[in-house]
Ligand binder design. Structure first.
Ligand SMILES: NC(=O)c1ccc[n+]([C@@H]2O[C@H](COP(=O)([O-])OP(=O)(O)OC[C@H]3O[C@@H](n4cnc5c(N)ncnc54)[C@H](O)[C@@H]3O)[C@@H](O)[C@H]2O)c1
Ligand SMILES: O=c1ccn([C@@H]2O[C@H](COP(=O)(O)OP(=O)(O)O[C@H]3OC[C@@H](O)[C@H](O)[C@H]3O)[C@@H](O)[C@H]2O)c(=O)[nH]1
Length: 346
C-alpha cells in the first residue's frame, strides 16, 4: 500500500509527480529570453521595451525608481503576462533570474543629473556595480548605455571610440560624465576578472516621442517652445554642435549590439551635425515660423562640438541611422502636441 502522504492523499506515491503549475504550458513560460531593463520607464528605455515585447519569445522586466521616468510610458504593457514592472532603485541590489540586462538607469538630461549630483554618481557607480553583481550571479550578458559625454569637451573631432576624451573631473557635469567613465571601467574589470559578457554603447544625443516635456534637453525644449509660441532659447554662443539620433534608430542599434559578438565600446549616434542655431532655425521652419530665437546664457563646461564616427557600428553591427533630423522632428512634434493639447493649425 502506498505510504500516506502528509496531505492525506493515500495514492500520492502511485501518481506521476505533479507539474509545478499548469501555467508552465502557457505562453508565459515558453519565453526563451528573460530580459531586465533598468531605467525602462524612461525615454529610450520605454521604446526599447516596446521593441523587445514585439518578440513573443521575450519576457521583459523593468526596474525603475521613476526619478525621470514614468509608468505612463509603459501603460500599454502593464498587466501583460510577459511583462513585469518593479519600483526599484539600482543603488540597491536586485536579484532576478535573467539572461540579458540592458542597464540604462540614470538621469540623462543635464538639469536632472545636476539636480542631485551625489545621487547621479551613486547611480552610475553603485548602480552599475549592483547590475554587474547580478550579471555575474545569474550568468547574464549586460549592456551599459554609456554616453558621448565620456569624450567631454572633445579636442578631437569627430570622435571615434579610440579617443580618451577631455573631461573636467571636478566640474558640475562630472557626476554624469565621470560617473559613466567609471561605469565603463567597472564593465571591463568585471569582464576581465570574472568573464562577464559585456556590451558598451556610447550613445550620442537621442530624441523622439516620450521625452519629458520639461526635460531641459535642447530638442524637447525647442519643440515645446515652438508649440507654445515661446522664444527658442539658444544657449550662447549657439555655434556649439550636436548630432541627433532618432530613438527608433537608437533602439535598433542597442539590440544589435546586445545580440552581436562585440563588447564595444561602440558609438551609436547619427553623424548629421548641427549648430544649436541651425537646430533652432530648423525647428522654427518646421513647427512655428512665427517664433523668435533668443540667445540666453549657457551652463559651465558645455561641450563645444560633438559628432560620432560610426564606422565600428557599421562594420561590426551592420547598423546605421535611417531617420534624418527633418523627418524625426515632425514625429516628435505630433507626440508633444498631443500631450500639450495643442493641435496643428488647419
Ligand atoms: N537620450 C540621450 O540623448 C542619451 C545620450 C547618451 C546616453 N544616454 C543614456 O541612456 C540612458 C537612458 O537615457 P534617457 O534619455 O532614456 O533618459 P531618461 O531620464 O528618460 O531615463 C532614465 C531612466 O532611469 C531611471 N532612473 C534614474 N535613476 C535611477 C535609479 N537610481 N534607479 C532606477 N532607475 C533610475 C529614471 O527614472 C528613468 O526612467 C541613460 O543611461 C543615459 O545616460 C542617453
Ligand atoms: O534650451 C536649450 C537647451 C540646451 N541648449 C544647448 O543644446 C546643446 C545640447 O544640450 P542638451 O542639454 O540637449 O544635451 P547635452 O548634449 O549637453 O548632453 C546630453 O548629451 C548626451 C547624453 O548623455 C545626455 O542626454 C545629455 O547629457 C548644448 O550645447 C546646450 O547648451 C540650448 O541651446 N538651449
Amino acid at each position: 500500500m502506498a505510504k500516506e502522504a502528509s496531505n492525506g492523499d493515500t495514492n500520492a506515491a502511485s501518481k506521476p509527480p505533479p507539474s509545478p503549475s499548469p501555467l508552465r504550458n502557457s505562453k508565459f513560460f515558453q519565453s526563451n529570453m528573460r530580459i531586465l531593463i533598468t531605467g525602462g520607464a524612461g525615454f529610450i528605455g520605454s521604446h526599447l521595451v516596446d521593441r523587445l515585447m514585439e518578440n513573443e519569445k521575450n519576457e521583459v522586466i523593468v526596474a525603475d525608481n521613476y526619478f525621470t521616468g514614468s509608468k505612463d510610458n509603459l501603460k500599454k504593457w502593464i498587466g501583460h503576462p510577459r511583462f513585469e514592472l518593479i519600483r526599484h532603485d539600482v543603488t540597491e541590489p536586485l536579484l532576478v533570474e535573467v539572461d540579458q540586462i540592458y542597464h540604462l538607469a540614470c538621469p540623462a538630461s543635464p538639469i536632472f543629473y545636476k539636480y542631485n549630483p551625489v545621487k547621479t554618481i551613486k547611480t552610475n557607480v553603485i548602480g552599475t556595480l549592483n547590475m554587474l553583481g547580478l550579471a555575474k550571479r545569474v550568468g547574464a550578458r549586460i549592456l551599459l548605455t554609456s554616453t558621448s559625454e565620456v569624450y567631454g569637451d572633445p579636442l578631437v573631432h569627430p570622435q571615434d571610440e579610440s579617443y580618451w576624451g577631455n573631461v573636467n573631473p571636478i566640474g558640475v557635469r562630472s557626476c554624469y560624465d565621470e560617473g559613466k567613465r567609471v561605469a565603463e571601467t567597472l564593465m571591463f574589470d568585471y569582464h576581465r576578472q570574472h568573464g562577464i559578457e559585456i556590451r558598451i554603447a556610447r550613445i550620442f544625443n537621442t530624441y523622439g516621442p516620450r521625452m519629458n516635456i520639461d526635460d531641459g534637453r535642447v530638442v524637447s525644449n525647442f519643440i515645446a517652445q515652438a508649440i507654445r509660441g515661446e522664444p527658442l532659447t539658444v544657449q550662447a554662443p549657439g555655434t556649439q554642435t550636436r548630432s541627433f539620433c532618432y530613438v527608433s534608430d537608437m533602439v535598433d542599434g542597442l539590440i544589435r549590439l546586445m545580440g552581436g559578438e562585440h563588447t564595444g565600446p561602440i558609438n551609436i549616434g547619427n553623424p548629421g551635425e548641427f549648430t544649436m542655431v541651425e537646430l533652432a532655425e530648423t525647428v522654427k521652419e518646421l513647427i512655428n515660423p512665427e517664433v523668435e530665437i533668443a540667445m540666453v546664457e549657457n551652463t559651465p563646461d558645455d561641450p563645444r562640438q560633438r559628432k560620432p564616427i560610426i564606422t565600428k557600428a557599421k562594420e561590426l553591427l551592420g547598423w546605421e541611422p535611417t531617420v534624418k533630423l527633418r523627418d524625426g522632428l515632425p514625429l516628435m512634434e505630433d507626440d508633444f502636441r498631443t500631450r500639450l493639447g495643442v493641435p496643428r493649425k488647419k
